[in-house]
Design a binder for this molecule. Sequence first.
Ligand code: SF4
Length: 389
Amino acid sequence: MSIVENNRTIPHLSPHLIKTDSVQQSAPSGIIPTRAVFSSNELQVLTQDIKRWGRELGFQDVGITDIDLSDHEAHLKNWLDQGLHGDMEWMAAHGNKRSRPAELVPGTLRIISLRMDYLPADTRQIQILQDKSKAYISRYALGRDYHKLIRKRITQLGKRIEQEIGAYGYRAFVDSAPVLERAVAMRAGLGWIGKNTMLLNHKAGSFFFLGELFTDLPLPVDKPQDKVHCGSCTACLDKCPTDAFLGPHKLDARKCISYLTIENSGPIQEELRPLIGNRVFGCDDCQLVCPWNKFAKFSGETDFLPRHKLDSSELADLFLWTEEEFLDRTAGSPIRRTGFEGWLRNLAVGLGNASSSPKVISALKQRLDSPSELISEHVRWALNQHNAL
Ligand code: SF4
């Protein structure tokens, strides 16, 4: 899972918007105003329906929260102020909108948070990580890009609600806007934020995507999951290959392999390259080691099944894909995010860390004269690891 995406202070209902027993919403600007008046009982029934519809649409959990993210606003600001987000300027670009949902979508009163398991069955994570000739791709990225599927399902939920109650304000999000997804999910009772900064669910570990439906409906909220069930465990902090955790809940993105192989468009620091091993797109180590992931569930979504044997391919074979093959085989895949150049850079690092073999050296030499200095420099580094330059 990438560090940035996904499994990822403001007033409660204002008295002038709410009557004690029946609720009429004022006309918020920016989203469609709710017209109907609902009794508390009707809102309770609607909430149960929303949760059922969400599960029918393939989400494993649905929770509802208000929009008070003040506790997380300070944490985010502190993290950004320390520059721990690296070059991800977009993380800081939206001011307080990330922690103040009603500034992002005016009129928002509630957020419906939804969780969908993504782990494909039989992906043999550990074996691939230990096989230095193979490419390890973060498990969330083996199939089709999740954004489209999840946004479509959440929008369907929004429309299903509309069928039931008429026009109201809603907007679906999946990483597409500055939303503190993990904080929202925690407040909606879907799990707690573990020391590895992922959202953990006691029935499902952390291999799931999150999405949100912002709404102006004053639905009853769920109890936040405010207890962290990590206890004295520090497995994720200890296991991180690049030692990217400064402490519990504090990740230095600049050292995180997910950042280095996906968000970072420049060279990878030399001292970090040997630590990356064969992880060529993202990293799952802090999840794989987490004891809660023994409860992770396999996904039944065909979109999340591995494509083009990306769960078992050799580094050298992937490295020799042409750009056309890359574009063809990663169409509709999260891997597109890194671009062909970034893909080859990452594979060169993986090949530099692989066991020496004629196949590995031959593949590297075929890209030694790449017109991209980014690629050729990483290839030279890799060949040097094999004393083959
Ligand atoms: S590995 Fe341990 S400390 Fe880390 S998130 Fe899981 S339970 Fe918490």
